[in-house]
Design a binder for this molecule. Sequence first.
Ligand code: ADP
Ligand code: MG
Length: 462
Amino acid sequence: MDDRQLETQWYRVCSRLRTEIGDSAFENWVKPLEFSKFDGSEVNLAVPSRFMRDWILANYLDRLKELWNGENSSVQSVTLSIQPASAVVNKSENQNKQARTVVAPPPEANTKTPSDWHSGGHIAAPLDPKFTFDQFVVGKPNEFAYAAARRVAEALSVPFNPLFLYGGVGLGKTHLMNAIAWEILERDPTRTVMYLSAEKFMYRFVRALREQNTVDFKEQFRSVDVLMIDDVQFIGGRDATQEEFFHTFNALVDQGRQIILSADKSPSDLEGVEDRLKSRLNCGLVADIHATTYELRLAILESKAEKMLMDAPSKVLEFLAHKITANVRELEGALNRVAAHTQLVGRELTLETCQEVLHDLLRANDRRVTIEEIQKRVAEHFNIRIADMHSARRARSVARPRQVAMYLSKQLTSRSLPEIGRKFGGRDHTTVMHAVKKVDELRDIDSSFAEDVELLRRMLEG
Ligand code: ADP
Ligand code: MG
C-alpha cells in the first residue's frame, strides 16, 4: 500500500464524511485532520488540538473507522495524535499536492520523481474528492453525457477520441470530468491522468513559447494516459496557441491517449476556433448536458439532503426545485444555506423559514407573475399538459388544475375575470368566478389540497 493510495483513500473517506455531516461540520472538525501514517492495520491522524481530538473521539471516530475500513479492509482502527498547528500546516501542503494533483507519476518518466513532475509549476489542477460518479445524480438532461463519461472511465482501450462534454455553467461538466479521473485511478492507479483548465494550459503554453521551451512542455503531455482540459472555450482567438494545441492534440490522439474536453458550447459553436480544429473536436463523441428539469433538480436535492442527513420536508425540496432553476451550483448553495440555518437555530425546517433564509436569492429570481407562468407551473405541478389549460376537456384531472390556475391568476395578477377567462381558452368570466369559489371551498375541507395551492402560490410569488 503506497502513500499515494492511502492519500486517495483518505480523500474518499473525507468526501463521504463531508456529505454525511454537511459542509460546516466538515470544515470545523474533519478538514483540520491530516493523514499521518498507516502501519498495516492502524491509521493515525494528526489533529491540531486536544479539544478537537476529544470532540472527534466522541463524535466522528467510529464513523471514520467504518469509512476507512470500507475503502481499505486492512484498516482495523483509527487513532488520533495531537500535533501543533504549524507542523500540520506544512504537512498538509505537501500532502495536498501529492494526492490531489496529477495523481500518478508518468510511467515513462523514470528519470523523474513524482515531485519533479509537480515542481514544474503544478501544471495539473486538484481533483475534487466530492466529484465522483456516485455523487452524480442522473436524469434526462445529463444521462447521455453521464453514460459517455462512464464508458470512457471504464474502457480498457480508447472508445472515442476526444470525448467532448458541453453544457451551460453549473450543470456538472467539471464534476463528470473529475469523476472520470477518480474512476480511472481507482481501477488502475498506475495510469496517469492529467486534469487542467484550458486557461492554465494556454498560460503554460504561452510561457513555454516565450521561454522557447515547447519541447519540454509537450514532453509533459506525452507521458499522460488521459488528458482532460476543462472549459476549452477559452482557447478561441489565440492563433499561435491554437495551432500548437492542434498539434499536441493530434499527437496525443495518434499515440492512443484518451482526451476529454469540456466547453460551454458545442465544438461547431466555439468562437474564434479554426475550422480544422473544430472538425477534429467533432471527430470523437460530443455529448451535451441540457438545462436541468424540475425532476432532476428535485432528485439532486433529495440526494444531497439525504447525504447531509438533513431532515427536509418534501414540500421544502419541491419548493426549491421549482424556484431555483438557474443551475445545480445555485441549487446546492440554496440547500446548504437552508441546512446551515436549521442546524444553527435548531428549529424545524418549514417552508416559511426556507423562504426567510433565501429571501434575497428568491427575490433575485423574482419577476412579475404572468398568467402564462401560472398555467405552466400549475400544469407542471399536476402533471398535465399546458394545452389543457386552454382545452375544453372537462375530466376532473385537468379541470381541477385549470381551476387552481384560474384561482391563482385572480389572486396574483391584476387581471379582470373576463381577461382571465380569455386566457383560458376563451372561457366566460362566470367560469372563472366559479373556479375561484370552488377552490376556496376545497381549501377549507381538504388540507392537502390547501397545501398544494399554498405551495404553488409561494412558488409563483417568490
Ligand atoms: P460546470 O463545470 O458544468 O460549470 P460543475 O461540475 O462545477 O459545473 O457543477 C456545479 C455543482 O453542481 C457542483 O458542486 C456539482 O457537484 C453539482 N452538480 C452538477 N450536476 C450534478 C448532478 N447531476 N448531481 C449531483 N451534483 C451535481
Ligand atoms: Mg466547470
